[in-house]
Write a protein that binds this ligand. Structure first.
Ligand code: ATR
Length: 289
C-alpha cells in the first residue's frame, strides 16, 4: 500500500476565514509553500457565516490553529475578536492575518506590504516624490493609501464614487503627504487633470472584475506612456483599464503580485521562516501560470 500521509497527528493548522472562500487561491499558495519548504502545516478554507464569526474565532483558538487569514467581508469586524492588533493594522482599519502566540491572538495587515513589494518589483521604481491617483476608498484602498503616503508620495489624488469615504481616507493619510486632493466625480475636470499629471494610477475598486470585465473606472484617453497603471484586480488578469493603459504605452501591473506577496508575508509571520528569493521565485513562477 502506498500511503500519502501528508497530514498527520502532528500537522500544524492554518486556515482562511471569509465568505465566500471557494474561489480563493490562498490554500494552493500556502500548501505549496509548506511542501516546498518541507514544513508540516496544512492550510484549509473555512466559509464562515456572519453570525458565527466570534464562535469560529474562539474555535480556531481552542483548536490550536497557528494562525489564519481573514478575507472579505470580515477584515474589519475580526479586529474586535483579536487580543492585540498591530499599529499598522489599526491605522489601516483591517486585519488579514492572525497569529496565536502564547494563547493570545495577534492581528496584522500584510496587504499593504504585498502591494508595495509587488509594485517595486514589477514597476522597478518607488513612490518617493511621485504623483499618484488612487481610485476607490474601500477596504483595499486604505492599506494602499497608508503605505504610499508613508513611502513619500508627493501628491495623492483620492477618487471615489462616495464622497464621505474619500474624505475619511484623506483624513487618515493627510499628515504624510505634501498634497492631497479629493475628487468625487469621475467625469469632472479635476479628475481628468489629476490623471493627466500623475505618475502612477491605482485602481482599488471592483470595476472591471469578473463578471463585469468590459468596464473601467476611468477613460483611457487621459493616459500617457510615462505612466504606470496598477489594478488590484486579478480576475481577469488584464482588465479593461489595463488594456486601455497598455494601448497608450503605459506600464501595467495586475493584482496577482499583491495577492502573492501578502500571502508570503503572512506565511513568514506564522512560521517564522524568512523565504529566500530563490524559493519565492520558484513559487511565483508556478503561481502565475
Ligand atoms: P473592498 O473592501 O474590496 O475595497 P468595498 O469596501 O466595498 O470593497 O469598496 C469597493 C470600492 O469600489 C469602493 O471604493 C466603491 O465605491 P463606493 O465607496 O462609492 O461604494 C468602489 N466601487 C464599487 N463599484 C463601483 C462602481 N460601479 N463605480 C465606482 N466605484 C465603485
Amino acid at each position: 500500500m502506498n500511503i500519502d500521509a501528508r497530514v498527520t497527528g502532528k500537522t500544524k493548522l492554518l486556515g482562511l476565514i471569509g465568505n465566500p472562500v471557494g474561489h480563493s487561491i490562498s490554500p494552493i499558495l500556502h500548501n505549496t509553500l509548506s511542501s516546498l519548504l518541507g514544513l508540516d502545516y496544512v492550510y484549509v478554507p473555512l466559509k464562515v457565516e456572519k453570525e458565527d464569526l466570534s464562535l469560529v474565532v474562539k474555535a480556531l483558538k481552542s483548536l490550536d490553529f497557528v494562525g489564519f487569514n481573514v478575507t472579505i467581508p470580515y477584515k474589519k469586524e475580526i479586529m474586535k475578536y483579536i487580543d492585540e492588533n498591530s499599529i499598522e493594522a489599526i491605522l489601516m482599519g483591517a486585519v488579514n492575518t492572525v497569529k496565536k502566540i502564547d494563547g493570545k491572538l495577534y492581528g496584522y495587515n500584510t496587504d499593504a506590504e504585498g502591494f508595495l513589494r509587488s509594485f517595486k518589483e514589477e514597476a522597478g521604481t518607488s513612490f518617493e516624490g511621485k504623483k499618484v491617483v488612487l481610485i476607490g476608498a474601500g477596504g483595499v484602498a486604505r492599506p494602499i493609501a497608508v503605505k504610499i503616503a508613508s513611502e513619500g508620495a508627493e501628491k495623492i489624488s483620492l477618487v471615489n464614487r462616495t464622497k464621505e469615504k474619500a474624505i475619511e481616507l484623506a483624513e487618515t493619510v493627510n499628515e504624510n503627504v505634501r498634497e492631497i486632493v479629493q475628487v468625487y466625480n469621475f467625469e469632472d475636470k479635476t479628475f481628468k487633470m489629476a490623471v493627466e499629471e500623475s505618475d502612477i494610477i491605482i485602481n482599488t475598486t471592483s470595476v472591471g472584475m469578473t463578471p463585469d470585465v468590459g468596464k473601467s473606472p476611468i477613460s483611457g484617453d487621459y493616459f500617457n506612456d510615462s505612466q504606470i497603471v496598477y489594478d488590484v484586480i486579478y480576475t481577469p488578469l488584464e482588465t479593461k483599464l489595463l488594456k486601455d493603459a497598455k494601448k497608450k504605452g503605459c506600464k501595467t501591473i495586475n493584482g496577482l503580485g499583491m495577492l502573492f506577496y501578502q500571502g508570503i508575508k503572512a506565511y513568514e509571520i506564522w512560521t517564522g521562516v524568512k523565504l529566500s528569493q530563490e524559493h519565492i521565485n520558484e513559487v511565483y513562477s508556478s503561481f502565475k501560470k
